[in-house]
Design a protein around this ligand. Structure first.
Ligand code: SF4
Length: 323
């Protein structure tokens, strides 16, 4: 029997190549090895957004990218978090065994509280408990995570140990599986993120993608074409390593002796990225034309998820001696 994996993404709309390299590509690859449960975590989004008028559209856009990027509903369960209400129930029960002090020390809570000082809500503090509920509801043994999410996973493991010690062995301790490309840098050299406005979305056209890449920051020390460059501090080079691994070593050598200029180097990168993303864009266009199919995939996914969730909650209620 395959081990089960759970992973979720917050509905931020269209995915970009940072999401693709950091999560989505991995999601697609894991499907043959694991029993995968993938989710768009729209309840988590409520901890940060106050205006939800766009939430449905953002969720839909993300689902299109997830499916176009290779998550196959025949192999994996794909659904939207809020469609399985058992997660809220488990979140409540887990919150009873989670000391507040554990939550207050989580680094991401402190960062988020600084970002939204006017809205430091109860749900924001409890974010890691809801994340734990997501994982445990499906009894996932493995969770693919970025380096920055490791403290959340460690907390999830602590919650499992405490629950199991108090009420009897119920949940497996989930193992973190670090993604191969944990941090992808954006066009400006900072971490790629929508807020920073430095992203390349998967759904952009070939021309839009090329234009974005041509605007990317390179080695700031290389002022003229004849200057040797340093690929180690160049974000374009890092993207070559991801999208053009076969040529990366040669680009590295050529850059160091000014054998290649940044314009040509960027053109090569645009070509490689476009080559990899073209099938994804094509699938996305097909899915955009088939809203009923996408809806059906999510409904079927939620139904399959509910079957697992109901069984877990039955066991949890028995453990808690609720009648
Ligand atoms: Fe970066 Fe390529 Fe320019 Fe070297 S040649 S600095 S790797 S863009």
């Amino acid at each position: 029997m395959k081990q089960r994996i759970f992973s979720g993404m917050r509905p931020t709309g269209r995915l970009h190549i940072g999401n693709y390299l950091g999560a989505l590509k991995n999601w697609a690859q894991l499907q043959d090895e694991f029993d995968c449960v993938y989710c768009v975590v729209d309840i988590h989004a409520l901890t940060s957004i106050e205006d939800t008028s766009n939430l449905g559209a953002l969720t839909h856009e993300m689902v299109l990218d997830i499916m176009a990027g290779g998550v196959d509903p025949e192999k994996s369960i794909l659904f939207v978090q809020s469609k399985v209400s058992e997660v809220a129930e488990l979140n409540t029960f887990l919150s009873m065994v989670t000391p507040l002090s554990w939550l207050l020390r989580v680094p991401t809570f402190k960062e988020k509280a600084k970002l939204q000082p006017h809205n430091v809500n109860y749900g924001l503090v409890g974010y890691p408990v809801l994340m734990t509920a997501d994982i445990l509801l499906y009894k996932a043994g493995v969770v693919p995570v970025g380096q920055d999410q490791m403290p959340h996973l460690e907390l999830a493991r602590e919650i499992v140990r405490r629950f199991n010690a108090q009420f009897g062995p119920t949940f497996p301790e989930p193992e973190g599986r670090l993604t191969r490309f944990p941090v992808v840098m954006g066009l400006d050299g900072g971490k790629m993120s929508k807020q920073a406005g430095n992203v390349i979305e998967l759904a952009l056209s070939r021309e839009e993608t090329a234009k974005k890449i041509m605007s990317a920051v390179t080695d700031p020390g290389r002022k003229f074409r004849s200057d040797p460059g340093n690929p180690e501090i160049c974000n374009v080079y890092r993207l070559h390593e991801y999208f053009n691994p076969r040529e990366a070593a040669e680009i590295n050598r050529e850059c160091r002796k000014a054998g290649i200029g940044c314009v040509d180097c960027k053109k090569k990168l645009a070509e490689s990225i476009n080559q990899e993303l073209e099938p994804i864009r094509e699938r996305r266009r097909e899915l955009e034309q088939s809203p009923d199919y996408v809806k059906e995939v999510l409904e079927t996914g939620a139904e399959k998820a509910r079957v697992i969730a109901r069984s877990t909650m039955e066991e949890v209620r028995q453990r808690l001696k609720l009648i």
